[in-house]
Design a protein around this ligand. Structure first.
Ligand SMILES: Nc1nc2c(ncn2[C@@H]2O[C@H](COP(=O)(O)OP(=O)(O)OP(=O)(O)O)[C@@H](O)[C@H]2O)c(=O)[nH]1
Ligand SMILES: [Mg+2]
Length: 322
């Protein structure tokens, strides 16, 4: 399934039901109005649901309409209210009013919800003394944008080909493709990692970041929004690229992240360099390890070397600020 992180849909609230005009004839032959009110139209609600993992269904259907209220009837019977329409979205979805580009609500936790459109009021029946029956109020419509930010404990951000997908596959059941060409991963991918004591943490690979991503180079940088809830970032450098310069490559990644949102530069991070099994990388590691200013882990997803130490450190950090 393709991962969709943003979609715009049109929603329409239910219209109010028509008020009823009716009379009954009393025994003294007087006509008494007794038409009931129309029911209220259904609201449109967006609700976070932890069982929903994707916005994909909203690509297939972009128009949603809540039920209208039912007509009132005689004997002062009120029409039934229209059912609310509930759009279920993944936790971590932000809802925007598209035409005004306004934030409506950020739905973070399970069951959190927001009413984006109120249903129309029902018309009044003529049973109200001295009133005529009226039509129900029409339900409004609105374009809303749903934008999901993944909620992952650890997010992999790094250069093309640096081994992000390979690491995700190594640690989780993710089936993301690891390929020898750059930008093979075009959308964020999630995986669940289980620790030795059966705790789980969510890992996420983001598409590759390069110098200039913030200006639209490569795949751009919009996916960095998924760092919002990250608790730790693996900054992955590509050791086999021409002109590998760990310090410069590290600074480039940090700059790209800060260009997106300066606060994201404060998320704790460690540097990860894969392909430790490669003789060139191994030699580099032996000669330069001590020079790194930030914690740096050399790993291999082929031999498995270094991965345990990396994940132990990750756990230690996540537990520390838990
Ligand atoms: N020898 C060796 N090769 C690796 C290792 N990790 C990844 N590779 C190879 O490096 C290439 C790129 O790996 P990916 O995991 O797709 O890298 P990526 O960072 O996800 O790449 P993009 O998604 O395109 O940015 C593939 O050919 C992998 O087989 C490793 O630890 N050792
Ligand atoms: Mg990848």
């Amino acid at each position: 399934m393709i991962f969709i992180d943003e979609v715009t849909v049109q929603v329409r609230a239910g219209s109010g039901g028509k008020g009823c005009e009716s009379y009954f004839r009393r025994t003294d032959r007087k006509m008494v109005p007794n038409g009931g009110d129309g029911g209220k139209g259904g609201d449109v609600i967006v609700r976070a649901d932890r069982n929903v993992t994707s916005l994909y269904p909203f690509i297939l259907n972009k128009h949603y309409q809540a039920e209208s209220g039912h007509q009132g009837s005689s004997n002062q019977k009120k029409g039934r209210d229209g059912k609310n329409l509930i759009l279920r979205v993944p936790c971590g979805t932000t809802v925007f009013n598209k035409p005004e580009n306004l934030l409506i609500r950020d739905l973070v936790s399970d069951e959190e919800e927001v009413v984006v459109l109120k249903g129309g009021r029902g018309g009044t029946g003529n049973a109200h003394y001295g009133r005529e029956a009226t039509e129900g109020e029409r339900g409004g419509n609105l374009d809303i944008t749903l934008s999901v930010r993944l909620s992952a404990d650890i997010v992999f951000v790094g250069a093309p080909n640096s081994g992000k997908s390979s690491l995700l596959r190594y640690l989780t059941h993710s089936k993301v493709k690891a390929e020898s060409y750059p930008f093979s991963t075009q959308a964020p991918h999630l995986g669940i990692y289980e620790t030795t004591d059966f705790k789980t943490m969510t890992l996420c690979e983001l598409p590759a970041l390069i110098p200039g991503s913030s200006k639209g180079k490569g795949l751009g940088n919009h996916f960095l929004k998924h760092l919002e809830r990250a608790r730790l970032v693996f900054l992955m450098l590509e050791p086999l690229k021409d002109g590998f310069d760990p310090e410069m490559d590290y600074n480039n990644l940090r700059e790209e992240i800060a260009a997106f949102n300066t606060e994201y530069a404060n998320i704790p991070h460690v540097v990860v360099i894969a392909k430790e099994d490669d003789p060139m990388v191994e030699e580099f590691f032996r000669n330069h390890k001590a020079e790194f200013p930030v914690p740096c882990f050399f790993i291999s997803t082929q031999s498995g070397k270094g991965v345990d130490a990396l994940m132990r450190e990750a756990l230690r950090r996540l537990n520390r600020d838990a």
